[in-house]
Design a protein around this ligand. Structure first.
Ligand code: FES
Length: 237
């Protein structure tokens, strides 16, 4: 196996060729925020919150889809990086309900965490806002498309198992949202409620209906469960 050497925030690191900057940083214990990235599903590079500064590169590349090269220098929290992340967060919050106090994911939401970390209290961007009805058409999962940040983690997780593949991106531009076939409510789709989409959602767009109003995140313990829909034996928390 061939290796490349690079520095991230001044720390020298040697990683196997093909390693992404994000994975290299994590190996070195360096924090980089992520929203659309999940190591268990294909790379996507959509949300851009993981951008870093690499001298010689014109733009700030997304670390989750940028591979390390020999001699690379990476800065994960330079002023330009922080400004870019603040702008991304402001853009996301411009079209996101500001109901954190009553949201089921309060205290367990990456958007909330990162807004706090980067000091984003409000959005300077104003414009049209999404106004979709809540989908609670089934016994297990509540879908709130108004809170969806279109990171695609639910879609890629659902589609990773071909016999499921129940949801996908639908429509275009501002109207883009996650839909079932024919955009029916989840209760009328082929969804078997395995819940993998709920476990990977980084915000409050997908939540467990049986848990609604039962307690705050910090009052509950996580448990590993196994889906019994097929013989794959998928486990998740
Ligand atoms: Fe890298 Fe979303 S986490 S682009």
């Amino acid at each position: 196996m061939s290796y490349v050497s690079l520095t991230i925030d001044g720390i020298n690191i040697k990683v196997p060729k093909g390693t992404t900057v994000l994975d290299a940083a994590r190996q070195a214990g360096i924090f980089i925020p992520t929203l659309c990235h999940d190591p268990a599903i294909p790379r996507f590079g959509a949300c851009r919150i993981c951008v870093v500064e690499i001298p010689g590169m014109r733009n700030l590349p997304a670390s989750c889809v940028t591979e390390c090269t020999e001699g690379m220098q990476v800065f994960t929290e330079s002023p330009a990086v922080i400004e870019a992340r603040q702008t991304i967060l402001e853009l996301l919050l411009a079209n996101h309900p500001q109901d954190c106090l009553t949201c089921e994911r309060n205290g367990d939401c990456r958007l909330q965490d990162y807004a706090f970390r980067y000091g984003v209290k409000e959005s300077g961007f104003t414009g049209e806002r999404k106004n979709y009805p809540l989908d609670d058409s089934n016994p297990y999962i509540i879908r709130d498309a108004n809170k969806c940040i279109l990171c695609g983690r639910c879609v890629r997780t659902c589609n990773a198992i071909p016999e499921r593949s129940v949801i996908d991106f639908g429509y275009r531009g501002f109207g883009t949202k996650i839909v079932t076939a024919m955009d029916t409510p989840l209760g009328e789709s082929d969804c078997v409620y395995c819940g993998r989409c709920v476990t990977v959602c980084p915000v409050g767009a997908l939540t467990w209906k049986p848990m609604a109003g039962k307690g705050r995140t910090w009052e509950m313990a996580r448990q590993q469960v196994t889906c019994t829909f097929c013989d794959s034996g998928c486990t998740f928390e």
